[in-house]
Design a protein around this ligand. Structure first.
Ligand code: SF4
Length: 264
């Protein structure tokens, strides 16, 4: 059953690493996230009061998101907006609900500097709107080259090739693309992955090490993922080697340093 609420606001002042990166506001059309990445920090946040084991099984739509964006869009005029910080703006439900699309339409007159952060190829649907922003970047998360690994860590998120196709489409539309290998998950063929990232030449490339926190906050792993990590003997040295190889070829931002708004 679709759960909807009327939210008090649709733009929230940026906090944490998003604020440190230079964003002024965040925008989340949904609570929860049906992509259900098992390392997602959002499941630990106070607004997501459901049991952690239910993460990925629920979402709540902010039914009045578009109305709020129309009424309060002036607050974010010219400011840096991160969409989204604790959900994915292109969940499968967005296809029918069109909340993210409505928010984008409402924002065009106000021209915020916008980063769209997503794993959802559905973002290509809105390229007609995104092209109307003077400063916008679509960050697509592509944390591995292995569908087996993706299935273990991001079981309900879109297949990796669909994300690469979306990245191509975004770039073809003349919109800046960020590729986020965050967190970098075990790789099947590191050489080929480095070559592919380099050849794609995203406007911004971000990497981040995967931390197996053993049950602690963030970047945590479930049993299947933990088994995969052990089998593949994926270590911090593997990560470091890949970053160094990328750095021989292009600029790489690591972690928080990579999450900054598009320049004017
Ligand atoms: S897509 Fe983003 S918000 Fe959704 S579960 Fe994955 S990391 Fe969390």
């Amino acid at each position: 059953m679709l759960e909807q609420i009327n939210a008090r606001s649709i733009f929230s002042p940026a906090t944490g690493f998003i604020a440190r990166g230079g964003f002024d506001w965040t925008c989340n059309p949904y609570y929860g996230c049906t992509f259900g990445c098992i390392y997602c920090y959002a499941m630990f946040l106070p607004q997501n009061r459901r049991p952690r084991e239910d993460w990925g099984r629920w979402f709540t739509a902010k039914a009045n998101a578009i109305d709020l964006a129309q009424r309060h869009g002036h607050k974010v005029a010219g400011k840096a907006v991160y969409l989204s910080s604790v959900t994915d703006p292109y969940l499968p439900a967005e296809r029918g609900l069109r909340l993210t699309r409505g928010i984008l339409e409402a924002l065009i007159p106000h021209q915020p500097r916008l980063v769209i952060q997503t794993r959802g190829p559905l973002v290509v649907r809105d390229l007609d709107l995104l092209r109307q922003f003077r400063a916008v970047r679509v960050n697509l998360s592509i944390p591995t080259d292995s569908e087996t690994v993706r299935m273990a860590f991001e079981p309900k998120a879109p297949p990796l090739e669909k994300r690469w196709e979306a990245a191509e489409a975004v770039r073809s539309a003349g919109v800046a693309v960020g590729l986020c290998v965050t967190p970098m998950l075990p790789l099947l063929n590191p050489d080929a992955f480095v070559a592919r990232l380099t050849a794609f030449a995203p406007d911004v490339l971000v990497t981040q090490d995967f931390h197996d926190s053993g049950g602690g906050f963030g970047a945590d792993t479930g049993t299947a993922a933990r088994r995969l990590l052990t089998e593949r003997r994926w270590t911090a040295e593997d990560y470091r080697r890949i970053v160094e190889r990328l750095r021989e070829r292009r600029t790489v931002y690591e972690g928080e340093a990579g999450f900054f708004p598009p320049r004017k």
